[in-house]
Write a protein that binds this ligand. Structure first.
Ligand code: G3H
Ligand code: ZN
Length: 286
């Protein structure tokens, strides 16, 4: 069924595993991720950035596509459709009214008080509709769609501010930027685990780890032990899918039927997602 993230993440936090947020880029990503979740018996969060929604034909189309595929596949595991890095109240409202079951309001580039006011407004509307909300503090480096943060501007979240934001807004889960990066890492990631522990103890809500691509398993495990219950992955699936397309077209340069190269891409995404679900410990939990 289509559900919000609230129960999924509270259970995951309690039982010490993480639910993966896998981003949608097109039909094949959506198919692959839903099939992987059903086969792994894992809860799943479908992340949709504003740019990806635009590419696919808008929020309503995404909701319709997901609902039809869930029906077609007879999906029984809990699925959330989540707006990733929502940039404004209007964008979150639009996603909620289109049928999204969860939204992220990313006010991390605003001063704390403004971030809190904006997030609070989104929480009011979202909770009225039974929709869950994720907020962010600090700045995650790298690039995702329209969102570009220079290395110099990347910033670790401050625990006392995290506590204040969570307390004053009533968000359901929270993403403190603690050194993770969107896209591939240059070298080993340097995650701020001390602060993560502090933020977990102060806020009590399930924590979210963005930039899940390229984080070593030992760091994933440590993050989960410190209250991380949601891990976002996009680039890793994009890389797997692009590799499959390249290999297929290199082996058969005359091929032109998209099904012949996007089919293998879909298989590659599905295998990647299944691997992540096992690594995050969410397999078999639905
Ligand atoms: O919000 C989405 C992500 O944080 C994905 O990050 O592309 O580095 O896996 P990634
Ligand atoms: Zn992110």
């Amino acid at each position: 069924p289509l559900v919000s993230m609230t129960e999924m993440l509270n259970t995951a936090k309690e039982q010490k595993y993480a639910v993966g947020q896998f981003n949608l880029n097109n039909l094949e990503f959506t198919q692959a991720i839903l099939q992987a979740a059903e086969e792994e018996k894992s809860p799943v969060i479908l992340g949709v950035s504003e740019g990806a929604a635009r590419y696919m034909g808008g929020f309503k189309l995404v909701v319709a596509m997901v609902k039809e595929l869930m029906d077609e596949y007879g999906v029984t595991v809990p699925v959330a459709i989540h707006l990733d890095h929502g940039s404004s109240f209007e964008s979150c409202a639009k996603a909620i009214h289109a049928g999204f079951t969860s939204v992220m309001i990313d006010g991390s580039h605003h001063p704390l008080e403004e971030n809190i006011a904006l997030t609070k407004k989104v929480v009011e509307l979202a909770h009225f509709h039974g929709v869950s909300v994720e907020a962010e503090l600090g700045r995650i480096g790298g690039q995702e769609d329209d969102l570009i943060v220079d290395d110099a501007d990347a910033m670790y979240a401050i625990p006392s501010e995290c506590d204040q934001l969570v307390r004053e807004t009533g968000v359901d889960c929270f993403a403190p930027a603690l050194g993770s990066v969107h896209g591939p890492y240059k070298g080993e990631p340097n995650l701020g685990f001390d602060r993560m522990k502090e933020v977990m103890e102060l806020t009590g809500v399930p924590l979210v780890l963005h930039g899940g691509t390229g984080i070593p398993t030992k760091d994933i495990e440590k993050a989960i032990s410190l209250g991380t219950a949601k891990i976002n992955v996009n680039t890793e699936n994009q890389i797997a899918s692009a590799k499959a397309v390249r290999e297929t077209l290199a082996a058969k340069p005359e091929e032109y039927d998209p099904r012949k190269y996007l089919g293998p891409a879909r298989d590659a995404i599905k295998e990647t997602v299944k691997g992540k679900m096992r690594e995050f410990g969410s397999s078999g939990k639905a």
